[in-house]
Write a protein that binds this ligand. Structure first.
Ligand code: ATP
Ligand code: MG
Length: 546
């Protein structure tokens, strides 16, 4: 049995604190029956020791007879004044009067177990509490864009598309970042919201860097064929697709200076990320590239990497007025770069860059997939192909304007981080002019060094999908980077597969349940080897019935 003392306007904890067993002398107290259905819950709510001596069975005996109660129709104040002071029988507790509402005092109902705390209280955030107020709860996004899923609070549909949002001035960058642990549902989101659904619309196109191996091919292979094209398959040792770094399309991407930057990044990737010397090695590379392009133009043919290598180490016209000692240093620097770039023609990377671009490398009007799933993880091949493909895409888009393009990098670190990331970051400024939205999926952001170019991409993105994180440092980094509500810390650690926090521009994050159709489930589930195969026709859509 619980006895409530007179109202006190103290802290919330006062409501939960058990008072003394007997009333203070002179203190007006009233007996309010409080039946305990679950003593453990009451203990949690009111503090240890409360449940002791107040078993549910004790309540009826301790409650005064109904006839002894003041007449029910009289005013509350009058009744309060008339309540006689009485000693508390054993098993009664004093707790302060709750604020903001008055306790109902029907003894008959109390005997039946009404008013009993039946569930542990839960803390709530202002955002969550909004849902209790039907006047202010509303869909968190407007209906324009591409449907993503449903808002967990209002159950309203959530729609967003970087292009539409950019057009409406809601965001200032079309870049998208998807973060989360392995198996959280990142690829499912990318395949549906950034590939399949946009491709239903006219004037949309998608280019994917497909990194995950699924039975000897990339995880987008099936999807790519469904859109009528064959993935561009990259394998070491020949027989796959070749990209010519000196191809005119790559040159068109960001000009001679951009092509020189790309070659520098490839040399650095071949040298474990060690940067080239800006004083001699980079100028030597630029001079050799210019000389190679001029010669090829004069000969009327497309140059390849093998044409560039012998020109590295030569003393070109721009160094003619240097002293003999300076020329010698330039010569040595050129030879160093030649040595590094020759790795691209070695056995380790053979077939990828050692020739003209394969004729099947064409930009589809729908889905173009670079299948890099068979490239070795322990070599720089993945980052190299991603860097070259990105510049090739920029060059191609210059001649194929009009369609809005999603460029998706699964395992985005290989594109946006390290030496290749510097090239990507510089070129991302061209993205808006070419109708390009860069989309990268990454796992752990706390591991990214402070000055890495990937940080710029993470900061630039105005559309961020935050999936479950299992490390405190990653959660902290997300909270800092995207200025999330404090409650997001716990949410991020406990998100189910397919659920994420969606941050659009400076707006407050939305807890979204990504919903897939039955067709989309079939094309996006990556764990079919781990689960028993579903029976065709009875697979429910997410949140739906079979
Ligand atoms: N919207 C969703 N609703 C329910 N389950 C989902 C949803 N999206 C994904 N899943 C489940 O999570 C599994 C893993 O999804 P997915 O491959 O997209 O994760 P991922 O984050 O890309 O993983 P990885 O980091 O390994 O690439 C799927 O096979 C599916 O079972
Ligand atoms: Mg994935």
């Amino acid at each position: 049995m619980i006895r409530r003392s007179s109202p006190r306007h103290g802290a919330r904890s006062d409501l939960l604190r058990a008072g003394p067993l007997a009333p203070e002398p002179g203190e007006a107290t009233r007996a309010v029956p409080f039946r305990v259905r679950n003593p453990a819950v009451l203990e949690e709510v009111l503090g240890a020791g409360v449940a002791e001596g107040s078993p549910a069975e004790a309540v009826p005996e301790a409650v005064p007879a109904e006839e002894e109660r003041p007449a029910p129709r009289r005013g509350r104040r009058a009744r309060r004044a008339e309540v006689p002071e009485e000693p508390a029988p054993t098993g009664w507790q004093d707790v302060p009067e709750p604020q903001g509402f008055s306790v109902r005092r029907s003894l008959r109902r109390a005997r039946r177990g009404w008013y009993a705390p039946v569930a542990a209280p839960a803390l709530t955030t202002t955002r969550q509490a909004e849902v209790l107020n039907t006047a202010i709860v509303a869909a968190p996004t407007d209906p324009y864009g591409i449907i993503v899923g449903r808002d967990r609070l209002s159950n309203a549909p959530v729609a967003h598309d970087p292009f539409t949002a950019y057009e409406k001035g809601e965001i200032t960058s079309p870049a998208v970042v998807v973060l989360g642990v392995v198996g959280a549902g990142k690829s499912s989101l990318l395949k549906t919201v950034y590939v399949m659904r946009p491709l239903i619309l006219s004037n949309r196109r998608v280019v994917v860097m497909d990194k995950k191996d699924r039975g000897g091919q990339g995880e987008y292979a099936e999807l790519t064929r469904a859109f009528g094209t064959e993935p561009l398959r990259f394998v070491v040792g020949g027989g796959g697709t070749t990209l010519n770094i000196l191809d005119p399309t790559v040159l068109a991407g960001s000009g001679v200076a951009g092509q020189a930057r790309l070659l520098s990044a490839l040399a650095e990737l071949a040298n474990n990320g060690m940067p080239l010397d800006a004083k001699r090695e980079r100028p030597a590379l630029r001079a050799a590239l210019r000389a190679t392009l001029q010669r090829a133009e004069a000969d009327g043919r497309i140059p390849v990497l093998a044409d560039l290598l012998p020109r590295l180490g030569e003393i070109h016209a721009e160094f003619a007025d240097h002293s003999a000692a300076a020329k010698e240093k330039i010569h040595q620097a050129g030879l160093n770069v030649r040595h590094l770039l020759s790795a691209l023609l070695s056995d380790e990377l053979s077939g990828l860059f050692d020739g003209h671009t394969s004729p099947n490398v064409r930009l589809s009007d729908r889905l173009t997939t670079f299948d890099i799933s068979q490239l070795p993880d322990d070599s720089p091949a993945v980052s190299m192909v991603m860097a070259v493909a990105n510049v090739w895409l920029l060059g191609t888009l210059r001649h194929h304007r009009g369609l809005r393009t999603n460029f998706i990098a699964e395992e985005g670190w290989d594109l946006v981080g390290g030496p290749g990331g510097r090239v990507f970051q510089r070129n991302s400024k061209l993205a808006r002019g070419l109708g390009l939205s860069n989309i990268a999926a990454l796992h752990h952001i706390a591991d990214i060094p402070e000055h890495d170019p990937a940080v710029a991409m993470l900061k630039e993105a105005q559309t961020v999908h935050l999936y479950r994180q299992d490390r405190a440092e990653d959660i902290d980094a997300c909270l800092r980077m995207y200025n999330l509500d404090r409650g997001a810390r716990q949410t991020l650690a406990n998100l189910e597969s397919g659920h994420h926090l969606l941050k659009i521009g400076n707006r407050r994050e939305i807890h979204v349940e990504h919903v897939r159709s039955r067709l989309e489930r079939g094309l996006t589930n990556t764990d079919e080897a781990m689960v028993s195969s579903p029976v065709r026709g009875v697979v429910p859509a997410e949140g739906g019935r079979p």
